[in-house]
Design a protein around this ligand. Structure first.
Ligand SMILES: [Zn+2]
Length: 55
């Protein structure tokens, strides 16, 4: 995570960039991404695009 992102999450405050929790349909890894549409994200572990949005 870049330092600026760490600072933002520590400070909270003004960032509107909420994270959505997704789960990989292949390896079942759960991860967060700012993109809500599961079709727009791919698994950081295996690269699959069979993603389900958990939220
Ligand atoms: Zn995966």
């Amino acid at each position: 995570m870049p330092l600026i992102e760490t600072l933002k999450s520590v400070l909270g405050g003004e960032t509107e960039e909420r994270q959505f929790t997704h789960q990989c349909g292949d390896c079942e890894t759960t991860f967060e991404a700012p993109e809500h549409n599961p079709n727009e994200v791919s698994c950081p572990e295996c690269g699959s695009d069979r993603i389900h949005t958990a939220t």
